[in-house]
Design a protein around this ligand. Structure first.
Ligand code: ARG
Length: 457
């Protein structure tokens, strides 16, 4: 074992703490104990270590667990420190624990073991968030609000349609995290340093004991790869980007008075007494940077590392942990802010007509009556151009343009009342009832489908 040699050779010196990951390794302390136990049980079952020694090692591990990570001292990482603590208790025979393994397969196993828990916790948080969002959406299928493209008023939609759009994205985020989980949940143990071992280890057995679905076959790949970390952090960064979009939308809405955040999700100014700021959502947006940084940091760490093990890997995990911690907290905060917010229906409905955002609906109505859509589009655009201040042109204005351009009245195609109704934001929403559209019944269908998917997740 090269680590024993190293302990004799390098017992101190200026690089000692530089080499050490003991503090960082607190995160995998419990995982390492689980991995040690599974390994020792397997060694005993395979008659590689006698049962009595295995029993002593296992009770020493229980002791080490009770003393906690803080009681560890000797060793440049948690693996050495736990081994030293076992040897302190059992004597030299305790050193049999490290038979047929290396810290290389050990640490890879620990990271996977711990990451599994973190991934499950994150997935659970996302699923709860989706549940909350769908419940709020149900209440707002008729709450008309302005929809934007390029941050310019575009077409009226509803609060429910907007919320459901993020829930859909979170469905895919959930699927990506679950997919990553499958490849995290594989056993590298038994690969040893990278080159296997002469001992008759049972890798399937440690996989079972540790709850892994399968064994990573090639021992060089098993010890070396961190692609499972990249995949997970990629899914986490994608989720963070979803949340950032949601946060940004709410920040903009709050700036226009289109949403009133609950006090719990707002912050005040230390100088301006009147201020109520959406700081929670700004921090959600900010934490997306942590996740993106985590993914970049990880890829930068891994890029160009040769097979099979290099100490750079000791710095890989932290990027994934930073990303996952940052995002896990953001999920609940972002959703909580939306779920507890007040949506001022009247203000929203008034704003929904701003900037003549019902124009497309009028053009659609004319096209449904047989006018080529492009002609309808030009008529409405010209009528809008005749109006000062971006307000909606009334029937008369559009009709005047039609007489001028087509040589006939609009009434040859549509009823006046229908045009006037279409100019109303609520009607404009109601007519867009295509699958996935914002009309209340179309959103109801989306929400029902989303609820089913949620129940299956
Ligand atoms: N602490 C190291 C890590 O996290 C594991 C040690 C493997 N060290 C070695 N020299 N082979 O990657």
């Amino acid at each position: 074992d090269e680590s024993v040699v190293r302990r004799d050779r390098f017992s101190g010196g200026p690089a000692r703490s530089f080499l050490s990951s003991l503090d960082d390794d607190e995160r995998i302390f419990a995982a390492d104990l689980a991995v040690d136990r599974a390994h020792v049980v397997m060694l005993a079952e395979q008659d590689i270590v006698d049962r009595e020694t295995a029993g002593e090692i296992l009770s020493a591990l229980a002791d080490v667990e009770a003393a906690g990570h803080g009681a560890l001292h000797e060793g440049e990482d948690v693996h050495e420190a736990i081994e030293s603590a076992v040897i302190d208790r059992v004597g030299a025979e305790g050193g049999k624990m490290h038979t047929a393994r290396s810290r290389n397969d050990e640490v890879a196993t620990c990271i996977r073991y711990r990451l599994r828990e973190d991934l499950l916790a994150l997935i659970e948080t996302v699923v709860e968030a989706r549940e909350q969002l769908l419940a709020v959406a149900r209440e707002h299928t008729e709450t008309v609000m302005p929809g934007y493209t390029h941050l310019q008023p575009a077409q009226p939609t509803t609060v429910a349609h907007w919320i459901a759009s993020y829930e859909q994205a979170l469905q895919r985020d959930t699927a990506r995290l679950l997919d990553a989980y499958d490849r995290v949940n594989q056993n590298p143990l038994g690969a040893a340093a990278f080159a296997g071992t002469p001992f008759d280890v049972d890798r399937e057995r440690t996989a079972t004991l540790l709850g892994f679905d399968s064994v990573l076959e090639n021992s060089m790949d098993a010890s070396a790869t961190r692609d499972f970390l990249v995949e997970t952090t990629g899914a986490v960064a994608t989720l963070a980007t979803t949340l950032s979009g949601l946060a940004e939308d709410v920040i903009v809405m709050a700036s226009k008075g289109h949403v009133e955040l609950a006090d719990d999700y707002s912050s005040t100014s230390s100088i301006m007494p009147q201020k109520k700021n959406p700081d929670t959502l700004e921090l959600v947006r900010g934490r997306t940077g942590d996740a993106t940084a985590g993914l970049n940091g990880l890829l930068t760490n891994l890029k160009g590392q040769p097979r099979a093990y290099n100490r750079d890997l000791q710095r890989a995990g932290r990027h994934a942990w930073d990303a996952i911690d940052s995002v896990t907290e953001s999920v609940a905060v972002a959703t909580g802010a939306v779920a507890t917010a007040d949506w001022p229906a009247e203000t929203l409905a008034a704003a929904a007509g701003d900037g003549f955002s019902t124009a497309t609906g009028v053009a659609d109505l004319l096209a449904m009556a047989g006018l080529p859509f492009r002609t309808a589009h030009e008529l409405v655009a010209e009528a809008a151009g005749d109006i000062e201040g971006g307000d909606a042109p009334d029937y008369e204005t559009i009709d005047a343009v039609a007489r001028d351009r087509l040589g006939e009245s609009l009434s040859a195609y549509v009823d006046r009342e229908d045009v006037e109704a279409t100019l109303e934001p609520a009607e404009s929403v109601a007519m867009r009832d295509s699958a996935g559209g914002p009309a209340p019944e179309a959103v109801d269908a989306q929400l029902s489908a989303a609820e089913e998917t949620l129940a299956a997740d």
